[in-house]
Design a protein around this ligand. Sequence first.
Ligand code: EPU
Length: 421
Amino acid sequence: MDKLLITGGTTLNGEVRISGAKNAALPILAATLLSETPVSIGNIPHLKDITTTIELLGRMGVHMVLDEKMNMEVDTRTITNYQAPYELVKTMRASILVLGPLLARFGEAYVSLPGGCAIGSRPVDIHIDGLIKMGADISVDGGYILAKAKRLKGCRLVLEQITVTGTENLLMAATLASGTTIIENAAKEPEVSDLAYFLNKMGAKISGIGTDVLTIEGVEKLGVDNLHYEIMPDRIETGTYLIAAAITGGKVRLKDTRPDILDAVLAKLVEAGAEITSGEDWIELDMHGKKPKAVSVRTAPYPAFPTDMQAQFTAMNTVADGVGIITETIFENRYMHIQEMQRMGADIRLESNTAICTGVAKLTGAPVMATDLRASAGLVLAALAADGDTLVDRIYHIDRGYDHIEEKLSQLGATIRRVPC
Ligand code: EPU
């Protein structure tokens, strides 16, 4: 199992290209299951979760070709089965995203239930309830969801809670349903919108994109000839590199990204003392050598502050001036990084879903364990600011969601290397 060895204390400076968004690429690849013609997808990030998705679709018999520029041709005409096995779903919960498209297009799906997760219980009841309301016959047996439907029927769905992949699954299912589906209290995350734009390019009729009411007029079939779609940039990767510069008092320019979908994160960085400038597809952050000021954040669905940036801001607060209060409202157990940061000398008190963090003069490097994707990003950031060496174990978590992280951080001047064990 590889580890990352990071020697902290360098001020980061330079330019990095942001990759395609993991959380847009995963639903869009699942959505290719709806297309009767081959599709080409560009700006696919180089990630373990993408490899898992390729394996998942490959086992169904889908034909895929990925070129060296990370463009992928997907042809679902060769599909032979409609299954997502436990051994893949347990490594990537987003595999549940094949449920809606398989059921809508082929009338059947056999998908493992994802089960527990390091950041919270994460049920999929809203996905299942929505499909049942659309007329699916669903049973759970042996840990698998068995779903069948002749043709799904459009209806009004009021989601009990805002859910990103739940909205995406129901949105994909509704594209081929008979009649109109209205999804209320839909997630407004930009990745949901990217999926909706892609579905419309394939011939779907979705309106209300970017709002919490999505209206989908079902069509008979999807797929247009020579369709190519470029995945949007990763806003969480963007935020993570902005903090890498902020936590080390440095300066970074990120290209091929989108400042317009990062309002809540950029506002908090400005509050922390960063100077931010941006253009349509780039963002520059300059700390002018200063230490960040502590900031308080409360996670909530988009457009509020993203839970996927919580661990990284916690890392920044550990070395900031003052006291920052972090409140996590999306996942009940998303504080596994805190104990590891405490081992590096961080002063954090955890009270239920609130972390009260008093900045310390210096963290010290230590061996630490990554527990989930964003927690690992938080630990890498803390390591960049720490004195001495930090060895981050279980970095397979980070490889799920950060494209070439050690190359990108090295490019900014960090001392980081992958240690094969
Ligand atoms: N929830 C339910 N029932 C459901 C679905 C969700 O109770 O049927 C609850 C969850 O337990 C949670 C809340 O609703 O408390 C929101 O969860 P959501 O369903 O929105 O999360 P998700 O769709 O499973 C996606 C991202 C996560 C990101 C969350 C929140 C993908 C593939 N994953 O997960 O990304 O944290 O939305 O924004 O899009 C990551 O990239 O590291 C990551 C975990």
